[in-house]
Design a protein around this ligand. Structure first.
Ligand code: NAD
Length: 281
């Protein structure tokens, strides 16, 4: 079984991006800039943002974090986004989710200029992705896609099952696999026989949030299994896939942690650089 090493793949991607940033700097005499807005003091969000800033600096991006207290008014955030939309030194804007209840998430997402939407959540980017046009692609599914392509460069005609239909993961993942000419089944909480669906799959991407949902006898031999889940349990962090069981059948499997997670941040940097490149045309 191939253990898909997300840490290694992310380090390789960051190294490539670092070179690209250096080339862009010598060509344009400026570097792409990422601005993250962090609202409140949720510990996981603070850790994510710190890691994003560290990785951005590592590849040579200009990075900035704007912090607001939980009590910040929605209007203040929307005005700041407008200011960043108009700031030529800012290539990418990310508002760390979740937001406090009094702030309308959709309003915030739609306030970001689609050409600077490094999370790929703006309806314009969602539409472009599903129409097969160039767009920012949500970072986690993009990371999954790059890992799958490392194992199997030609996905044409493969059967893929995506478990979970969130806007963050399942739906964009489905679009990426469709674009590669996979036959994709998207499954969710109302799917009647998830095991039977998974048993058909050459590729399974599980993004559910249920610890070890996908079992060893759900996957056929030689399948590629990507585990997006991050679930806190009494036995530590586990994915949505039963690692020990599935590793006995699958051709390739991502571990949790150390699989999809590290790719997510590397893809955020990639998206920032891609936004910058599109803005220079
Ligand atoms: P979500 O809660 O928004 O969506 C979960 C999806 O799973 C829903 O579409 C639901 O219909 C489906 N579902 C629920 N029960 C099901 C069942 N029994 N069978 C089949 N489908 C079922 O979750 P999300 O935001 O997509 O996150 C999923 C997981 O991925 C979570 O564990 C989250 O922590 C993790 N995550 C990881 C990363 C990363 O970087 N690795 C990034 C984002 C999310």
């Amino acid at each position: 079984m191939i253990l898909i090493d997300g840490k290694k793949a992310a380090a390789e991607l960051r190294a490539e991006l670092k070179e690209e940033v250096a080339e862009l700097k010598s060509k344009h005499n400026k570097v792409p800039g990422l601005t993250v807005i962090l609202i409140g003091d949720l510990t996981p969000s603070q850790i994510y943002v710190r890691n994003k800033e560290k990785s951005a600096n590592e590849v040579g991006l200009k990075s900035e974090v704007i912090k607001y207290p939980d009590s910040v008014e929605e209007k203040t955030v929307l005005e700041k986004i407008q200011e960043l939309n108009n700031d030529e030194t800012v290539s990418g804007i990310l508002v760390q989710l979740p937001l406090p209840k009094h702030i309308d998430k959709q309003k915030v997402i739609e306030a970001i200029d689609p050409s600077k939407d490094v999370d790929g959540f703006h309806p314009m980017n969602v539409g472009n992705l599903s129409s097969g046009y160039e767009s920012s692609i949500p970072c986690t599914p993009l990371g999954c896609y790059l890992l799958i392509k490392k194992i199997e460069p030609n996905l044409s005609g493969k059967k893929a099952v995506v478990v979970g239909r969130s806007n963050l993961n399942g739906k964009p993942m489905t679009q990426l696999l469709l674009k590669e000419n996979c036959t994709v089944t998207i499954t969710h909480s109302k799917t009647k026989d998830l095991k039977a669906e998974c048993l058909e799959a050459d590729i399974i991407v599980a993004a559910v949030g249920i610890p070890e949902l996908v079992r060893g006898d759900w996957v056929k031999k030689d399948s590629i299994v990507i585990d997006v889940g991050i679930n806190k349990t009494d036995n530590g962090i586990v994915g949505d896939v039963h690692f020990d069981e599935v590793s006995k059948n699958a051709k390739a499997l991502t571990p949790v942690p150390g699989g999809v997670g590290p790719m997510t941040i590397a893809c955020l940097l990639k998206n920032t650089i891609d936004c910058f490149k599109r803005s220079q045309i």
